[in-house]
Design a binder for this molecule. Structure first.
Ligand SMILES: Nc1ncnc2c1ncn2[C@@H]1O[C@H](COP(=O)(O)OP(=O)(O)O)[C@@H](O)[C@H]1O
Ligand SMILES: [Mg+2]
Length: 243
């Protein structure tokens, strides 16, 4: 269980990016959504330890992890997939998978995980993580890495971004399967109605704080209603129309 208590985040020129964020994440699959620039990615980075909050506390299973670094949090079971994946020159896909899982996995295991995300493992295992991989391929490799880790809390920041060439259906299938199999909590930032549809709870972040938090049944109809028209509603509806 993850608890955020009164989280605030300010940058140098005292610009307040997050304020009064209170949130308890105890469900298997929680989606964060909301308009662009609302603070979703910042919040995910605060949970992963990439950003340190300027106020408030973060607790993982009751333990205060506010002061812990990214790697210390990773050891405690928090893994994070960037909205913009990082490229590591000189490192091959198979090295990254081994790093992620913390063991030297068999080719068969790696193959299975990579095929989950729609990549044929044989073609990809020895590819270097450099600019020869497309944004969509990097994104899928990163999702595979989080799958390989199978941690307590897995955070995905807009996994749908940049995977236009990959069937959207496959991505949904990966997350549906993850939902069935995970023993931990999944936190996913997304604008896609199909993803929001498999979430137990939905967090709506706007203007740097949690504006609404509730079950999918409570939050989704509100997001889809024209009464709350805005960028978020548009992106959810665009997804609907694209299907
Ligand atoms: N380190 C930073 N310095 C200044 N502004 C930032 C920094 N990080 C994020 N922001 C700003 O904070 C706001 C929230 O950003 P972000 O968390 O990326 O939103 P979202 O993911 O919801 O689109 C944006 O206006 C962004 O430009
Ligand atoms: Mg973002």
């Amino acid at each position: 269980m993850l608890e955020l208590r009164n989280i605030g985040f300010e940058v140098e020129d005292s610009k307040e990016i997050l304020h009064d964020v209170n949130l308890t994440i105890d469900d298997r699959f929680v989606a964060i959504t909301g308009p662009n620039g609302g603070g979703k990615s910042t919040l995910a980075k605060i949970i992963a330890g990439i950003n340190t909050p300027t106020s408030g506390q973060i607790l993982l299973d009751g333990e205060d992890i506010t002061g812990l670094s990214v790697s210390e949090r990773a050891k405690k079971g928090i893994s994070y997939a960037f909205q913009q994946p990082v490229r590591f020159k000189g490192l091959r896909v198979r090295d990254l998978m081994a790093l992620a899982s913390g063991k030297k996995s068999s080719l068969a295991e790696d193959c299975e995980i990579l095929s989950e995300v729609g990549l044929c493992a044989r073609d990809y295992m020895d590819r270097e993580l450099n600019d020869s991989l497309s944004g969509g391929e990097m994104k899928r490799i990163e999702i595979a890495m989080v799958l390989a880790r199978g941690t307590k809390l897995s955070i995905f920041d807009e996994p749908e971004a940049g995977i236009d060439l990959w069937s959207f259906q496959n991505l949904i299938r990966v997350f549906e399967k993850m939902y069935e199999q995970t023993k931990g909590n999944i936190l996913i930032i997304s604008h896609q109605e199909r993803i929001l549809n498999i979430a137990d709870k939905i967090v709506y972040v706007k203007n740097g704080t949690v504006e609404k938090y509730g079950t999918r049944e409570e939050i989704l109809p509100m997001l889809l209603s024209s009464a709350d028209a805005g960028p978020q509603t548009c992106s959810v509806l665009t997804d609907k129309m694209a299907k």
